[in-house]
Design a protein around this ligand. Structure first.
Ligand code: ZN
Length: 193
């Protein structure tokens, strides 16, 4: 089982969960992997805590937003970790993946732009942080086999599922034979409760 989280903190929103609750959930469900999309700085301490507990943790980085704000909305202000913090995670054994360059929904982009979103984010992370072999699609998984195939040519594994998912969800790798992943994610519980 792979569990996916975004933000850690006190904000009542379906993409946020309190640290204590998150740790309790992980200790109860014992996932094989725990993923954090967006590399939000609010998850930094929790990620280190989970590593210390022995969990396999992966963080997916939208590279254009390193050390800046991914969302400017006052209600949902999240800052992406700095390169220094990401380096600490690498040293602690956290696996880093790409989450594209600009975190745009790929459904609305041309193939050359999609190609650069996939490849340039990997090249940047490979050069500046560590070798990356995994990718998480931002926003939604595009319902387009060509995009999925391209992702799987560049990366060993591509994952789906991102914003807009109420509460804690399981995550699966996507392949061109399984482009429709909607409905495969299992809602386990509502984190905002
Ligand atoms: Zn994201």
């Amino acid at each position: 089982m792979i569990l996916l989280f975004h933000n850690v903190g006190e904000i009542k929103h379906h993409c946020w969960v309190k640290k204590k609750r998150l740790i309790e959930i992980c200790e109860r469900l014992k996932p094989d992997e725990i993923h954090f999309d967006d590399a939000n700085i609010n998850a930094f301490d929790t990620i280190l805590h989970l590593k210390n507990l022995g969990f396999k943790v992966k963080v997916f980085v939208p590279v254009a937003f390193i050390d800046t704000w991914l969302y400017s909305d006052d209600y949902f202000p999240v800052r992406v970790m700095s390169g220094q913090r990401l380096s600490i995670l690498v040293r602690k054994g956290v696996i880093i993946g790409s989450h594209s360059v600009t975190h745009r929904d790929m459904c609305g982009l041309t193939m050359p732009v999609i190609h650069s979103e996939l490849l340039e984010s990997k090249e940047f992370l490979d050069a500046c942080l560590c070798k990356v072999t995994e990718f998480a699609f931002p926003v939604v998984v595009p319902r387009n086999n060509k995009i999925i195939e391209l992702g799987n040519m560049i990366y060993d594994v591509c994952y789906g599922l991102d914003e807009g998912i109420p509460g804690l969800a399981q995550r699966y790798p996507v392949s061109s034979t399984c482009v429709k992943i909607e409905g495969r994610e299992v809602l386990i519980e509502d984190l905002s409760a």
